[in-house]
Design a protein around this ligand. Structure first.
Ligand code: HEC
Length: 193
């Protein structure tokens, strides 16, 4: 077997490997899974408010002037990505907090900025959505231990289907190596003839 052929086979193996791996990449858990904002809702007095309306309210009352979401925004107040979780999903408590604020600590009472109760619940819907974003564990609000629980959320594990992908990948690579050896051996035999 000449060198050019060897090089070509060497190039062929990684390019063939790319095919199953690019297909697998569409099916793995590593893709971010974010909720549909229109489907993230809170209800107040029989009315339902979703995270899209909530984002508008969040912008209208300029929460980002002091806060951040996934690290973007201002750093006067705390990051709000996980605040809904911190407050244990208590919509009424969070809405009441927004309306009355903590003036002594710099969180303005939104009531004074003409925020209605409806808008408070809309904002809560947005914060509920923010907390559902797949941010790969950020902000961790505590431990950097990726194997442990980050903020009560278990670190991502390889799913059973992921294990099968790895096994199939190994079988596939062995199969390719087998073919290369077969080709190599048969070429050698031809040279002897
Ligand atoms: C003028 C700056 C400012 C604005 C505007 C502001 N906040 Fe705050 N906010 C703060 C500060 C400062 C704190 C921290 C208060 C404390 O330490 O108790 C805070 C605290 C909070 C908390 C509690 C956070 C926690 O981790 O306990 C929430 C929730 C919150 N703000 C939501 C909002 C929302 C929603 C808006 C927009 C409607 C908003 N804030 C607008 C300054 C602001």
């Amino acid at each position: 077997m000449n060198n050019v052929r060897l090089v070509l086979i060497g190039l062929l193996i990684p390019s063939l490997l790319m095919i199953p791996y690019s297909i697998i990449s569409f099916y793995t858990d590593f893709a971010n899974k974010n909720p549909e904002p229109a489907q993230v809702t809170v209800s107040f007095q029989g009315k339902v408010y979703n995270a899209i309306e909530g984002k508008r309210a969040f912008e209208q009352y300029q929460c980002m002037g002091c806060h951040s979401i996934v690290g973007n925004g201002a750093y006067f107040g705390p990051d709000l990505t996980n605040v809904y979780k911190r407050i244990k999903g208590n919509d009424a408590a969070l809405a009441a907090y927004l309306l009355s604020g903590v003036p002594a600590k710099g969180m303005p009472p939104m009531r004074e900025r003409e925020m209605s109760e409806e808008d408070a619940y809309r904002t809560v819907a947005f914060l509920k959505y923010a907390q559902m974003l797949d941010t790969n564990g950020w902000p961790n609000n505590g431990s950097w231990d990726r194997d442990g629980n980050i903020d009560g959320v278990p670190a991502k594990q390889i799913s059973p289907s992921g294990i099968w992908q790895i096994i199939l990948g190994i079988i596939f690579i062995n199969f390719l190596i087998f073919i290369v050896i077969m080709v190599y051996e048969s070429e050698k035999e031809e040279e002897h003839d």
